[in-house]
Design a protein around this ligand. Sequence first.
Ligand SMILES: [Zn+2]
Ligand SMILES: [Zn+2]
Length: 646
Amino acid sequence: MIHITLPDGAVKKVPEGTTPMEVAKSISEGLARNVISAKFNDTTVETVTPLKENGTLTLYTWKDDEGKKAFWHSTSHVVAQALEELYPGIKLTIGPAIENGFYYDVDFGDQSISEKDFPKIEKKALEIARGKHDYNMRSVSKADALSYYKEQGNEYKVELIENLDDGTITFCDHSTFTDLCRGGHIPNTGIIKAIKLLSVAGAYWRGDENNTQLTRVYGISFPKQKELTEYLQLLEEAKKRDHRKLGKELELFTFSQKVGQGLPLWLPNGAALRERLEQFLKKAQKKAGYEMVVTPHIGQKELYVTSGHYAKYGEDSFQPIHTPKEDEEFLLKPMNCPHHCEIYNSHPFSYKDLPKRYAEFGTVYRYEQSGELHGLTRVRGFTQDDAHIFCTTEQLNDEFKNVIDLTLYVLNSLGFEDFTAQVSVRDLENPDKYIGNTDDWEKAEQAIINAAEEKCLNYVVESGEAAFYGPKLDFMIKDALGRNWQLGTIQVDYNLPKRFDLTYKGSDNELHRPVMIHRAPFGSMERFVALLLEHTGGNFPLWLIPTQAIVLPVSEKHEKYAEKVLNSLENHEIRALIDKRNETVGKKIREAELKKIPFMIIVGEQEEESATISVRRHGGEDLGSLSVDAFSDLVTTEINSTLKSF
Ligand SMILES: [Zn+2]
Ligand SMILES: [Zn+2]
């Protein structure tokens, strides 16, 4: 008999050779029906792998990420089989599961496929799936594995096998199909009820552009047709909300090949939006005790050698700027921190002065590969809502609480309700990986966990995820489409204070080293605006949107009255525009709708006579005729419901 420990701590005594599926059955038939993959002692196993020793078993269903991974990877085998049957002679390479679905990289040789071919491939793959074939893993000797693929003329698999050790090589068979595979499959193909291929793209073998270009086929699959339908609707909605598309429609930002890739140009509307976001944060930061600083976009190379950023970014980033003076080199700043350290260093501080909190909307430059650039989310120049706090270890807890409060205020004001936090701490088994002393680390980690606890955050603690220079807390945001975005890092740093020899005078009159905290609630203005666009679909909160209302005179006759209305709106501090073009009101409304302006103020004969305005909400709701005062009250009420004071 062997002892199988389940995640809840329960221990089952079962005969040696019992499979995970049999363990599931012994718990309940219902569980057995839903189990699709398993892990034994942290190793992925098949649900039919005989268990031969004592250990911990985790069973996964479709609801678990591990379950989805097995499901999608198993589907990639089925799709590969369909491709082989439809395109004889192709060479398969690798087919892993990814965050959403799977891909398979294929050398199509003289053949090729496009999206037009998807339906027939999906049909074929589904036919195979319906055959309810089991996935059977078997060990193969290196010699046999090599000869199998040499016979097929598949140099890719041969290369993969050559890098494997004899005794570790396994094949997976299902139906008439065999693939080199490490394992991690669902019980049989019959569980796959819906398969959709999503796109094809070029991909170099092993990601190296000197190698053959393969065709990467992306797909996704589900245990229910309904789930696929819902997923495709979500994709459709995500396309509509793509920040690159909305950014163009709302005239927020643009890119110019002449200026350079990955360098966003903010248009007047976008600049106004950014300005409002900055003002919002500046106001809250002031109340939270931050002081604004301004530092240059470049710094001497030595500065970044001292900070260690040159070692990290130097080689692969923008190269030093040379001046007419020999040996003088400057770098575009990849981080604001070194500059802020030098601001701290410009003045002697005592423990009574701490914490010092320096904030800056600092623009930094990092060279991202052109293939990695993506709208505003991956750029080469971006502005961080950066701040650095210099404090004592004893102050860490309060400072974390302070930053958590600020971050929560920012998220709540912008309509993000679904978020979690991750506290990253040391890997206690590898203490040498970290700089700073153990006592400080312990205190810092405890301070962060206590702060998360006291602020009632929904958080998890991840061991081994801390940076070498300090523990941290990250916020993970779920947007309106259920996608995760990481932002709002709060990072403790023992490294830079040492590198820059930062000190303060303690109550004992001795010099001590302060702790540094890096924090940025938005992350960067660019990425945050992208997230905000995709989360809201461009319908920004009323307090933030640069144009809250647009006045639409019905005809030229009513222009004077329209201007009077505009003036009155402005006196009520409502940000409004007027559309005096010689167009029909219908057309003006349609355009205002596309620009996602929250209120359309229509004025004509009737409104002028009764000294009122007719108000239409974005989306079509008719709010009827109101006085400007009543409308202003309505706007104020809505703003106050989302934007509280900090
Ligand atoms: Zn496999
Ligand atoms: Zn920093």
